[in-house]
Design a protein around this ligand. Structure first.
Ligand SMILES: [Zn+2]
Length: 287
């Protein structure tokens, strides 16, 4: 059964570790992440962007697939199904479809409008026992056509949004989506520290987890980050392993063209990436 992310993140914040949000794109992705979480006894958050939602034939299809897998694979660890960077309408659609968690990304609105819309969603999520993630200060890079310039959030605005009763808060601290450029300035730990000082127990979310050096991840966790989003890294690992399979001519040998074989190495690469991240984040054996 899907659960809200509230309890797993409250525990993570208190225990000084982070729970990974791994974005899903299809059945192989979902299965690889769920199996790895179960093997490592780690709580897990499955992320779905609106673009991936369309690709997978809509939110109800995804809810059906994930619930089916939890049942068929005998998954016992806590699993949250979470809308990533949702619009207001997207968040409502996911709530109706049976998601257990949503993110409303109102960071591109003026702060007053972000607050107003976040407030409305807080009321809906509280009533239904779902977790809600809000965002302050756009996170740079490109994700599903959403391009941000990479801002550093205003800690006072973070406090205003946190006080609305959201479950977790994403704040731009110099992090970006996708691959990090050579000249990246690194995370702003001063900003992160200031946000945590003002928001207290609120679990903080770090987007753009791909390519942030391990020591920066650990420092971010020590400063209150309890949810870290990973997307691009699984995509790169999958593509790399799949390319190697084809370049080695394995699809031309025997029944190597069978999709169950063709996608197997890429799926194994996703599992390896998820395992590495769960170990780094400290969520192993915390289910
Ligand atoms: Zn993000």
């Amino acid at each position: 059964m899907l659960v809200s992310a509230k309890e797993m993140l409250t525990k993570a914040k208190a225990g000084k570790y982070a729970v990974g949000q791994f974005n899903i794109n299809n059945l192989e992705w979902t299965k690889a992440i769920l199996q790895t979480a179960e093997e490592l006894k780690s709580p897990v958050i499955l992320g779905v962007s609106e673009g991936a939602g369309k690709y997978m034939c809509g939110y109800t299809t995804i809810v059906g697939m994930v619930n089916g897998m939890i049942n068929e694979l005998g998954i016992t660890v806590p699993v949250a199904l979470h809308l990533d960077h949702g619009s207001y309408d997207g968040a409502k659609a996911c709530i109706d479809a049976g998601f257990s968690s949503v993110m409303f990304d109102g960071s591109h609105y003026p702060i007053e409008e972000n607050i107003q819309k976040t407030k409305e969603l807080v009321a809906i999520c509280n009533e239904k026992g779902l977790s809600l993630e809000a965002e302050v200060g756009a996170i740079g890079g490109e994700e599903d056509g959403v391009v941000g310039s990479g801002e550093v959030a205003d800690p006072k605005e973070c406090k205003m949004i946190a006080d609305l009763g959201v479950t977790m808060l994403a704040a731009g601290i110099g992090n970006i989506h996708g691959k990090y450029p050579e000249n990246w300035a690194g995370l702003s730990f001063d900003t992160l520290d200031a946000i945590q000082q003002l928001t207290g127990d609120m679990p903080l979310v770090l987007h753009g987890g791909t390519g942030i050096p391990a020591d920066m991840i650990k420092k971010a966790i020590s400063l209150g980050v309890s949810k870290i989003n990973v997307n691009t890294e699984c995509q790169l690992a999958f593509a790399d392993a799949t390319r190697k399979y084809i370049e080695a001519g394995k699809d031309l040998q025997g029944k190597g063209f069978d999709p169950r074989k063709l996608l197997a190495d890429g799926t194994a690469a996703i599992k390896a990436t998820v395992k590495e991240k769960m170990e780094l984040f400290g969520s192993v054996n915390k289910a």
